[in-house]
Design a protein around this ligand. Structure first.
Ligand code: PLP
Length: 396
């Protein structure tokens, strides 16, 4: 009989979203006509913008012609897209197109990057966390090698460098789930830690497009020394509505090194090798669609979408604060981290919002024990729904 990977048995069984789905299904059974306001899901709420649709459609038409057919593309991504990213996002930081790897998602990249490292590596993971980092490392067999970094009100819901040693640290800023982002000073402290400890920072910057605060860096590579110790992950999912298309990228400077015995090895070369073996790249039309994000029209259209999500975040945040609730995030992020009132647990407050307001949130505890006492609201919705949500919350 074939044997399974025993580490899969160590994954947390209560994955939050199926539980939420079940609670919602129960509510719908009891109130079949209930109109549900869903501020739980972190998925886009607006259609693809016209310039992306046009670029994808013309790429497909191109592929339908014998003279311009396309087969497998390069596993690191087409040069036209790597160049567009380098020119538009990283020219001022001295990152080259060949240090950018295109992929089908920041989800896969943040989950896969750990393969490059020794199984005995200690992994720093925030509590609460975007669950992928933890699960990927548990699946790989590192369940006993995780150092949790609490993110509480005292730490501004962001991790602070620990006294203990970590080899790899996952940092997510602007953070999912807490919706807050590192300032330059806070991030510089992590770069110093990584230098001192010989650690590598895995910086998930999937929400870069939502940054509005001037003291929040748009890339970790704005911090001096980061090019020796950091890998950055970005995605077109939330910045340009690509959740259903799949396109993201990882920035891995050639200067990031790690030990192999007494030798120093380039992570860039290893990641290239890994991608060449395990990926046949992202579909050509999707990469053409991503390229269109950097055109004048593409920028205008996608920035308008992000702005509208941010406006809804600001509206919800302001509304909650004016009602006397305590909430965080929602300034550089589409997420609001809402402190539960009257000491209610995350799930108790989730249930209350569902029962009394027919409103879906996400219990903070689902992202880790330090998420207890909070729920996450997402502003990936329409202005009408955001308004309706607040109206119902006012009646609580
Ligand atoms: N990283 C974070 C912090 C996210 O919140 C998400 C999606 O919600 C992802 C990565 C996934 O991005 P992608 O759609 O590119 O896989």
């Amino acid at each position: 009989m074939a044997k399974i990977n025993p580490h899969y048995q160590k994954l947390r069984t209560e994955y939050i979203f199926p539980v939420i789905e079940q609670k919602l299904a129960d509510l719908k059974k009891r109130f079949p006509k209930a109109s549900i306001v869903n501020l739980g899901i972190g998925d886009i709420a607006q259609p693809l913008v016209p310039s992306i649709v046009t670029a994808i459609c013309s790429a497909v038409e191109e592929m339908g012609k014998k003279s311009s057919l396309r087969g497998y593309g390069p596993s690191e991504g087409y040069d036209f897209l790597r160049q567009a990213i380098a020119k538009n996002e990283f020219a001022h930081l001295g990152i080259g197109a060949d240090e950018i790897f295109i992929s089908d998602g920041a989800n896969s990249d943040t989950a896969n990057i750990q393969e490059l490292f020794d199984l005995n590596s200690t992994i720093g993971i925030t509590d609460p966390t975007y669950p992928v980092y933890l699960d990927a490392n548990v699946m790989a067999g590192r369940s006993k090698k995780i150092l949790f970094l609490p993110c509480t009100e005292k730490t501004r819901f962001l991790p602070v460098p620990p006294k203990k040693h970590c080899d790899l640290i996952y940092l997510c800023s602007p953070s999912n789930p807490t919706g807050v982002a590192f300032t330059r000073k806070e991030l510089a402290a992590w770069v110093s830690y990584a230098k001192k400890e010989g650690a590598i920072l895995l910086y998930d910057n999937a929400y870069v497009a939502f940054i509005t605060s001037p003291d929040v860096p748009r890339s970790i590579f704005e911090i001096e020394g980061a090019k020796e110790v950091a890998v950055e992950f970005r995605s077109f999912s939330k910045s340009a509505g690509f959740t259903g298309l799949r396109c993201a990228y990882t920035i891995l400077p050639k200067t990031v090194l790690a030990h192999l015995g007494s030798k120093l090895v380039s992570l860039h070369a290893l990641w290239k090798r890994r991608q060449n073996t395990k990926s046949n790249g992202v579909a050509y039309p999707i990469q053409r669609g991503a390229e269109a994000v950097f055109t004048k029209q593409g920028k205008k259209e996608t920035e308008a979408q992000v702005k509208s999500y941010l406006a809804q975040a600001a509206y919800l945040r302001k509304g909650l604060l004016s009602l006397g609730y305590n909430c965080f995030g929602g300034i550089d992020s589409p997420y609001i981290w809402w402190k539960t009132p009257k000491g209610l647990s995350s799930w108790e407050f989730f249930d209350l919002l569902l029962e009394k307001c027919h409103l879906i949130s996400v219990p903070g505890k689902g992202f880790g024990p330090s998420g207890e006492g909070y729920v996450r609201l997402s502003s990936f919705t329409s202005p009408e729904i955001a308004k309706e949500a607040l109206k119902r919350i006012k009646r609580l």
